[in-house]
Design a protein around this ligand. Structure first.
Ligand SMILES: *Cc1c(COP(=O)(O)O)cnc(C)c1O
Length: 449
């Protein structure tokens, strides 16, 4: 079996995610035979350094021995069981550990199958909470410009990335979108914290104006990932928590991408010293192995649903694979690695090295900014450095970087004009240096007309 044969069979039957399939008339699809650590290997024996953790899910490398073993062990005992009316040890233990790891008031764990469905659950639970409290007029959600919360209709609706959302507009509920505190929008002389403070005024105004009709505010703490790895100061979250309390609305923290150490702390909310009313987790939860997600919430929320069956106050939401034991076992093995190894401390060193290795790119004539939060680093390509005028999306400059990297054995998958690194935590400093070289040369190639 080789790449060509598999590629032919693949294109005959598969419809790939987030892909204009016609692109594959000229862009080779890469069938992967095996993975190990940061490496992916195709059927012709080419290797690719997975600099984006396979869509931000992988934490401790591909084929991690201890996670592999945990899944094998679980497989011998129980592959799956209905979670309504029944339970199992991995689901219980994982919920206990997540409750212990997350900030104080979060005491309940509801499982779903992926990030989008976790967001759906948080939205539905918040709405339903207010309804159970005799406030059915609360039907709206506030979110930030440039945010991303998934692709199912509810999650898509509260996001704001036009590329994914615009087409489906007629199908979607309408959120109240307020300007993001994204530090990219700073005025000359302004710091990230100043942008956050300035932009918070719009959030405050929206909460004021829509008082009594809002269920919750939903945000991606610190980094708006799919929106282009845009970053903001934690002070925004501190202000937001205080304002949500004052206006009596829920705060939903979508840490699906930034949870589990990505931003430098185990959860991004910690950097603002806050706790949300709903915390959505997925992606890194299973170390990048299996689809599993969790929504953590408070006892206050839980109690609003706890009543006699006939009052119809229960949360009757379910997914077939809710709390899958194999997924929970992978998650437990992932949490073990956080416990056994100084992961966050090692990440601080790796992050510092990433910063040093990519610093020179800030001087590139077509890089508007190099920004970083923990283990996420991004370089944004611009047509004009002074005005930060972007390249038109139709030019697909990022695709040139993608191709360039593949030819040099790296998987970089820019988001439009934004080239970024979000590597597995087992990457080495030498591998980071190599990625910096590949990314720099790729950016130069993509921006030389
Ligand atoms: C990826 C992502 C989601 C959606 O998760 P899926 O598992 O892809 O459905 C939601 N929110 C954020 C912030 C994400 O990055």
């Amino acid at each position: 079996m080789n790449n060509d044969e598999l590629l032919r069979r693949d294109l005959a039957v598969l419809w790939h995610p987030c892909t204009q399939m016609k692109d594959h008339e000229s862009l080779p699809l890469i069938p992967i035979r095996r993975g190990e650590g940061v490496w992916l290997e195709d059927f012709d024996g080419n290797r690719y350094l997975d600099a984006i953790s396979s869509w931000w899910v992988n934490l401790f490398g591909h084929a991690n021995p201890s996670i592999n073993q945990a899944i094998r062990d679980q497989l011998e005992r129980l592959e799956h069981v209905i979670l309504a009316g029944f339970g199992h040890q991995p689901a219980i233990e994982l919920a206990e550990r997540l409750v212990a790891l997350t900030p104080q008031p979060l005491t309940r764990c509801f499982y779903t199958d992926n990030g989008s469905s976790a967001v759906e659950v948080a939205l539905k639970m918040s709405f339903h909470y207010w309804r159970n409290h005799g406030q059915p007029r609360r039907t709206r959600f506030i979110s930030l410009s440039g945010s991303y919360h998934g692709e199912t209709l509810g999650a898509l609706a509260v996001g704001d990335v036009a590329l994914y959302k615009e087409t489906y507009g007629p199908l979607l509920l309408e959120p109240i979108i307020v300007p993001s505190p994204d530090a990219w929008n700073r005025e000359p002389g302004e710091r990230a914290a100043d942008v956050a403070e300035r932009r918070f005024a719009a959030m405050e105004a929206a909460l004021e104006q829509h008082s009594g009709e809002v269920c919750a505010v939903i945000v991606e703490p610190l980094v708006q990932c799919a929106g282009g790895m845009r970053m903001y100061d934690p002070v925004y979250l501190t202000r937001l928590r205080e304002a949500c309390d004052r206006h009596n609305v829920h705060l939903i923290a979508d840490e699906i991408a930034v949870g589990f150490g990505r931003t430098g702390t185990l959860f991004a909310c910690e950097q603002a010293g806050i706790s949300p009313d709903f915390l959505c987790l997925s992606k890194g939860l299973t170390g990048g192995y299996l689809p599993l997600a969790a929504v953590l919430t408070s006892d206050d929320v839980y109690r609003a649903f706890y009543d006699d069956y006939t009052t119809l106050r229960a949360f009757l939401h379910s997914h077939s694979y809710t709390g899958n034991p194999l997924g929970c076992a992978a998650a437990l093995a992932t949490l073990d690695l956080f416990e056994q190894q100084p992961v966050l401390e090692r990440n601080r060193q790796l992050a510092a090295h990433m910063g040093r290795a990519f610093a020179h790119l800030a001087d590139h004539p077509h890089v508007g900014e190099v920004r970083q939060t923990g283990m996420i680093l991004a370089a944004e390509m611009v047509r004009d450095k002074a005005s930060r005028e972007p390249y038109p999306w139709q030019e697909r400059r990022g695709l040139t970087v993608y191709r360039h990297a593949l030819e040099r054995g790296a998987l970089l998958r820019p988001l439009g004009n934004v080239v970024y690194l979000m590597p597995p935590y087992v990457i080495t400093e030498a591998q980071i240096d190599r990625l910096a070289e590949v990314a720099s040369a790729g950016i130069t190639r993509a921006t030389t007309d």
